[in-house]
Write a protein that binds this ligand. Structure first.
Ligand code: GLN
Length: 273
């Protein structure tokens, strides 16, 4: 009797333990989770970090593609997870914290319209590039004196998003007076400041800049000489070739079949929130 009881206790313990482990494996830490991906525990989880304030690449909305998240990057992340039979979990992390989140293991990959550059390459590995952009200047519709990057140096108040490519261009390449640079957390907010006259200009990535300008009745100034092409890619922890191969396979397929172009066209009309 004692033995049977012991066995029963052992079995119960096993069931309990595996239940705990299973629910830990499929646990959602508050991010969005892809629909219809309930797993039974065997599926691997792909934890993705993004900063959802960069339409049309990533933004939040009431009924997003993955939970509250939507955008070109979210659609790409979903395809990577789906094609590899993985459960997708997305976390919203400030852009400047994404690389640290990869390196601490909090997320497996970051997709956030992230431009490949040498400094970042020292800390993470990048996928093949999936989109080419450049910086643009967003000004008031009636503005006539900001015609190129150099004209930003004439005492103009210039907004950038902290830690973005534009921050480095304005600070280092153009060497604009610190007193005239306003650094914010979200492009969406500083573009509003051009609209209400607090800023003369915002330097921001082209697709996002054009969309935000259009939405707010502002003008976009291009300067292809000062602002060279930059490539967006997905970042993973250094040496994580297993995941990088999976990512690159999906990206190459999407690039070759024109799916990324299709997504870019499809998301050109989104209403950023
Ligand atoms: N492409 C820019 C960068 O990598 C901005 C990215 C973003 O706003 N999410 O710095």
């Amino acid at each position: 009797m004692k033995k049977i009881f012991k066995r029963f206790t052992l079995a119960a313990l096993c069931v309990l333990l595996s239940t705990i482990m299973l629910s830990a494996c499929s646990g959602n830490t508050g991010g969005g989770t892809a629909d219809g991906s309930s797993s039974g525990g065997a599926r691997e989880k792909l934890t993705v970090g993004t900063y959802a304030a960069f339409p049309p690449f990533e933004y939040t909305t009431t009924n997003g593609l993955v939970g509250e998240f939507d955008g070109i990057d979210i659609a790409i992340a979903k395809k990577i997870a789906d094609d590899n039979g993985m459960d997708l979990e997305i976390s919203n992390i400030e852009f400047s914290g994404l690389i640290a989140a990869i390196n601490s293991g909090k997320i497996d990959m970051a997709i956030a319209g992230m431009t490949v550059n040498d400094e970042r390459k020292q800390n993470v590995d990048f996928s093949v590039p999936y989109y080419v952009a450049e910086q643009v200047i967003v000004v008031a519709d009636g503005n006539t004196d900001i015609t190129d990057a150099q004209s930003l140096k004439n005492g103009k108040k210039v907004g950038v998003v902290m830690g973005y490519t534009a921050d480095s261009i304005v600070t280092n390449d153009l060497a604009i007076d610190e007193a005239n640079i306003v650094r914010a957390n979200r492009g969406i907010d500083i573009v509003q400041d051009v609209k209400n006259g607090k800023l003369d200009a915002v330097v921001i990535d082209s697709y996002t800049g054009k969309q935000l300008a259009e939405k707010n009745g502002l003008k976009v100034v291009e300067d292809k000489e000062s602002f060279t092409a930059e490539e967006y890619a997905i970042a993973v922890q250094k040496g994580n070739t297993e995941l990088l191969d999976k990512i690159n396979n999906v990206l190459n397929e999407m690039l070759e079949s024109g799916q990324i172009d299709e997504l870019a066209a499809q998301y050109s009309e989104v209403e950023a929130q």
